[in-house]
Design a protein around this ligand. Structure first.
Ligand SMILES: Cc1cc2nc3c(=O)[nH]c(=O)nc-3n(C[C@H](O)[C@H](O)[C@H](O)COP(=O)(O)O)c2cc1C
Length: 152
């Protein structure tokens, strides 16, 4: 299979998810992916469909809500037709804080809705607490490796 592309999306308010998305970008480049990294307010649903492979890093804000830059894209996914994500491989890294009742809720919503719309979950979601660096890095490395298996 040619066309070794991955779209890395971040939903963030204070930049933690963006930094992890940049780490993921470096890992994917090491495996010769053509990588696009975008904030969730920089793309449309059709960009996700076209990408075919989507890695999501998303924090949770408010009381279990999507971060500001994720709201429109998430609503557009929710409102899309059944099967809109058919053929799209995805994996979700959720950032949050166990001090909140709805721990990592926004990432959980992405993970569930992408599956409900026909996407293909390539790795189990990881829900990260405030001390997330090591386990997030480990998960990103594993997950980029799983995406890469399509071309091995
Ligand atoms: C005002 C506020 C509300 C938050 N609400 C939640 C929440 O409901 N659930 C959760 O798991 N984490 C919550 N968090 C924690 C953030 O998701 C966490 O700090 C995350 O690392 C932020 O990532 P970001 O910089 O990419 O936005 C909240 C943090 C703040 C400051």
């Amino acid at each position: 299979m040619s066309d070794k592309k991955i779209l890395i999306l971040y939903g963030t308010e204070t930049g933690n998810s963006e930094l992890l998305a940049m780490d993921a970008e470096n890992l994917a480049k090491e495996l010769d992916f053509e990588v696009t990294v975008n904030g969730m307010d920089e793309i449309t649903l059709s960009d996700m469909q076209d990408a075919g492979n989507v890695l999501i890093v998303c924090s949770t804000w408010g009381d279990g809500e999507q971060p500001d830059n994720a709201i429109d894209l998430y609503e557009s996914l929710e409102g899309s037709d059944d099967g809109s994500m058919s053929g799209v491989g995805f994996a979700v890294l959720a950032l949050g804080d166990t001090a909140f009742d709805l721990f990592c809720e926004a990432g959980i919503q992405w993970d569930n809705t992408l599956e409900n719309k026909g996407g293909n979950r390539l790795n189990e979601r990881i829900d990260c607490d405030v001390d997330y660096e090591d386990e997030a890095e480990e998960w990103l490395e594993e997950t980029i490796g799983i995406f890469n298996k399509k071309w091995e």
